[in-house]
Design a protein around this ligand. Structure first.
Ligand code: ATP
Ligand code: MG
Length: 557
């Protein structure tokens, strides 16, 4: 992939940023990526990361990494660390601008006091159920809380006591005093603070028993950091008036603008963190970095490159319309990258032994094989060749289907980078299973066709004497349905029971013995593979990254 191919396409947000710089509204672009540390990042987050960091990069601005950590129950340091690792791996740098919303708890508290003093916030004693009943519906206005008209003094006193820990969970909230009749339910006196005793926050420990809500924290954090363009997904569109209300009513140093874009939805995947958490905790997959997961950690272990994920994000673009992206889009991005950059190797996944009966016993030689068909700079390697080789079971058919071009009884095939062989004899076990082939080699066919004969098929092989035994893990889609759980069904019912197939008897050409964890190759005629972190010096383990060709179009259910 060239750098030019990765250059971002324009979109409406870039146009807004460019216009704001041109008009002098802003002197610089400042964005932020604000994950909640309650799970690992997924490919949807990558879209947001590439947008936020990419925008800042292209306009010479800055992008902050800010953990939105206002909900300590489900958050932890493992998630904080994994998120940092994933953002870095994707190729982005927040420099010294790493923040936590919890850094602002003291300031947020002071702003809440400011709101109370302005008559714009009050302590409410309605229970959660009562509050819901008072809120009204989309068609009916809400009712004022009986606590709405408390005096400033009473509110200040109660809010101080809330902070001091005098009241139990759920007994009181601090609410914005906006408009219970607003057609926008988000403006019907939303909760700004709730009481949570007994939680240990991963950053602030037990300092606080009062936690600000996301809707209150987010705009003020943006304003404190001087964010110019606060980019978020479409479900926050209805929250924008509240965002503006918050930054408009407290003494923050800047007024960021919220702009919404549509979130990424990917076919055959789930993307909500709740579901991803369940897949892990209920052991439907082997952890957050299971190669079948749409997490960044999973994609990395699957063999995706950072460049391919960035490229995917550029290709899908940024719009305001909700859509479902085809899995083939994601796969073509990594396939294009690996096609250009992955060295070619030979690996036999389902070995069938072939004895070349006319090749002298004890003789050995090496043939040359290029590492890439188009890129000469990737060089070549020597492959040992000998009397016994392995080919893939699927490259031999006793009763060939129509159009089968590979090895058949009494037929010829070319061994890639080597010679033409002819199958003379098929050996079977008692059950009738083919266990070995006897073949003869035409030593006059290295790099050229035999006189007067056309050999159409070319197959890959590995020398038996030098073969490196290995495990190869093949992955299929994690879900069988395009939209798992659509129509209210349980998304777990759509889990594909055959999403992982482990092949334990594979053989590799010897150069693969020393491949390092994370190294990627094309196994010729099979697909692209990456060394898994389970690999040991004794036993290489490879993951299938992606096949050589797109098969999604054919198989869509
Ligand atoms: P979930 O709803 O699954 O818990 P979230 O949106 O709450 O996810 P956050 O950690 O809050 O997850 O997300 C951080 C940022 O990433 C937010 O700005 C959010 O809008 C963005 N984001 C999350 N999911 C997607 C997605 N599928 N596509 C694009 N951006 C996303
Ligand atoms: Mg969120």
């Amino acid at each position: 992939m060239t750098d030019a191919a990765e250059s971002p396409r324009t979109n409406f947000i870039r146009q807004i940023a460019a216009a704001d710089l041109a008009s002098g509204k802003h002197e610089r672009v400042a964005t932020r990526f604000p994950p909640e540390p309650n799970g690992y990042l997924h490919i949807g987050h990558a879209k947001s990361i590439v947008l936020n960091f990419g925008l800042a990069q292209d306009f010479g601005g800055t992008c902050n990494l800010r953990f939105d950590d206002t909900n300590p129950h489900k958050e932890n340091v493992e998630f904080v660390e994994s998120i940092k690792e994933d953002v870095r791996w994707l190729g982005f740098d927040w420099g010294d601008r790493l923040y936590f919303a919890s850094d602002y708890f003291e300031k947020l508290y002071d702003f809440a006091v400011e709101l109370i003093n302005k008559g714009l916030a009050y302590v409410c004693e309605l229970s959660a159920d009562e509050m819901r009943a008072y809120r009204g519906t989309l068609t009916e206005p809400g009712k004022d809380s009986p606590y709405r008209n408390r005096s400033v003094e009473e509110n200040l006193s109660l809010f101080t006591r809330m902070r001091a820990g005098e009241f139990p969970d759920g007994s009181r909230t601090l609410r914005a005093r906006i408009d219970m009749a607003s057609p926008n339910i988000n403006l019907r006196d939303p909760v700004l603070y709730r009481i949570k005793h007994g939680v240990v926050h991963h950053q602030t420990g037990t300092t606080w028993c009062l936690y600000p809500t996301y809707d209150y924290t987010h705009p003020i954090s943006d304003a404190l950091e001087g964010i110019t363009h606060s980019l978020c997904t479409l479900e926050f569109e209805d929250h924008r008036p509240l965002y503006d209300w918050c930054v408009g009513n407290v003494s923050v140093p800047s007024k960021p603008r919220q702009i919404e874009f549509s979130r990424l939805n990917l076919e055959y995947s789930v993307m909500s963190k709740r579901r991803l958490t369940e897949l892990v905790s209920e052991s439907h997959v082997h952890g957050w970095d299971d190669p079948r997961m749409p997490t960044i950690a999973g994609l990395r272990r699957r063999g995706y490159t950072p460049a391919s994920i960035r490229e995917f994000c550029h290709r899908i673009g940024i719009t305001k319309s909700d859509n479902l992206v085809e899995m083939a889009m994601l796969e073509s991005a990594i396939r294009d990258d690996l096609d250009a950059h992955a060295p070619r190797r030979m690996a036999v996944l389902r070995p069938l032994k072939v004895v070349l009966t006319n090749y002298p016993e004890g003789q050995a030689e090496e043939v040359e094989a290029r590492n890439h068909p188009k890129d000469e700079s990737m060089g070549a390697r020597r492959l040992p060749f000998g009397r016994e080789i392995y080919i893939d079971r699927s490259d031999f058919e006793e009763v060939p289907p129509k159009g089968f071009k590979r090895l058949v009884p009494d037929g010829e095939v070319r061994l890639r980078n080597a010679y033409v062989i002819r199958c003379d004899e098929v050996i079977k076990d008692a059950a009738g299973e083919v266990t070995e082939l006897r073949a003869s080699i035409d030593m006059d066919t290295l790099g050229k066709n035999p006189e007067g004969r056309k050999v159409k098929g070319v197959i890959h092989w590995v020398s038996a004497a030098h073969a490196v035994p290995a495990e190869v893990r093949l992955y299929d889609r994690l879900f069988q349905a395009v939209m798992p759980g659509a129509g209210g069904a349980d998304y777990r019912d759509d889990i594909n029971p055959a999403s992982l197939q482990v092949l334990t008897d594979c053989v590799l050409e010897p150069s693969l013995r020393d491949a390092a964890v994370g190294e990627r190759f094309q196994f010729e005629r099979e697909g692209y593979f990456v060394v898994d972190r389970d690999a040991t010096p004794e036993r290489p383990v490879f993951n299938l990254t992606v096949g050589l060709r797109d098969t999604w179009g054919k198989s869509k259910k």
